[in-house]
Design a protein around this ligand. Structure first.
Ligand SMILES: NC(=O)c1ccc[n+]([C@@H]2O[C@H](COP(=O)([O-])OP(=O)(O)OC[C@H]3O[C@@H](n4cnc5c(N)ncnc54)[C@H](O)[C@@H]3O)[C@@H](O)[C@H]2O)c1
Length: 220
């Protein structure tokens, strides 16, 4: 930050991207692991936001944009991800408070929540699978776009949130997840086929109200 100030005289944007994660059964998670994730993901981003915001509210003209890189774990969880999920959801909590507090100073604070990205972490995930092909097959079934996200795509979303294109957006949690958290269950589930509800339409026509739960026959 000092180097940025030296070079440009002001700070217009901050992206809190540093993060650590591990997956460990809840019953075996120790205080050391909890503290490590909280220190980097939550405390680190909180105080970097504070350090940066102090500059943003004092510079002329006032203002800036702060982006917190959280995760789809802000919306849904995986077994063993308790500390990570708590930290990433915590980022939303304090970001909303800061967004409200600093809005009058033209400082915006938003969270960007990526889905599965092809970064170093992907190598670790593949290492836990029988093969990369098997690993991709599994994850593609759980991602509507059937692909991993490229780091550049997250960078583009950051640029949007840092720029004036998003000037009215503050306190938001923007998902960049290729639809991952919108999908209730993985591909090819056994679901009821579509159809018309004939008997309820008939009862509507005769002026009766449908007073019972629809049955299979209603859809045939
Ligand atoms: N890759 C994904 O699928 C994915 C999905 C959702 C969210 N994220 C989030 O995106 C961010 C980037 O993750 P990534 O996939 O590039 O992981 P990564 O491990 O490749 O990068 C994490 C970076 O954080 C830095 N870092 C860790 N501890 C630090 C510390 N104490 N001080 C300073 N820097 C530190 C590391 O040096 C590394 O450069 C993280 O916050 C992660 O939680 C990643």
């Amino acid at each position: 930050m000092d180097k940025t100030l030296e070079a440009f005289g002001r700070i217009d944007g901050l992206v809190n991207n540093a993060g650590v994660n591990f997956v460990q059964p809840f019953l075996q998670t120790g205080e050391r692991e909890w503290d490590h994730i909280m220190d980097v993901d939550l405390k680190g981003s909180f105080f970097l936001t504070q350090y940066c915001a102090r500059q943003m509210v004092h510079q002329e003209p006032k203002g800036g944009s702060i982006v917190q890189i959280a995760s789809v774990h802000t919306l849904a969880s995986l077994p063993g991800a308790g500390p990570y999920d708590a930290a990433k959801r915590g980022m939303i909590g304090y970001s909303k408070a800061v967004a409200v507090e600093l809005a009058k100073d033209n400082v915006r604070v938003n969270v960007l929540s990526p889905g599965l990205c092809a970064t170093e972490i992907w190598k670790d995930i593949v290492a836990a699978a029988p093969s990369e092909a098997e690993c991709l097959k599994f994850w593609n079934a759980n991602i509507p776009s059937e692909r991993l996200i490229a780091p550049d795509e997250i960078a583009q979303a950051c640029i949007f949130l840092l720029s004036d294109m998003s000037s009215a957006i503050t306190g938001a949690n923007l998902l960049a997840d290729c639809g991952m958290t919108s999908q209730l269950i993985s591909k090819e589930p056994y679901v009821a086929k579509g159809g018309t509800v004939k008997s309820s339409m008939k009862s509507m026509k005769t002026g009766n109200r449908l007073t019972r739960t629809a049955t299979r026959a209603d859809y045939e």
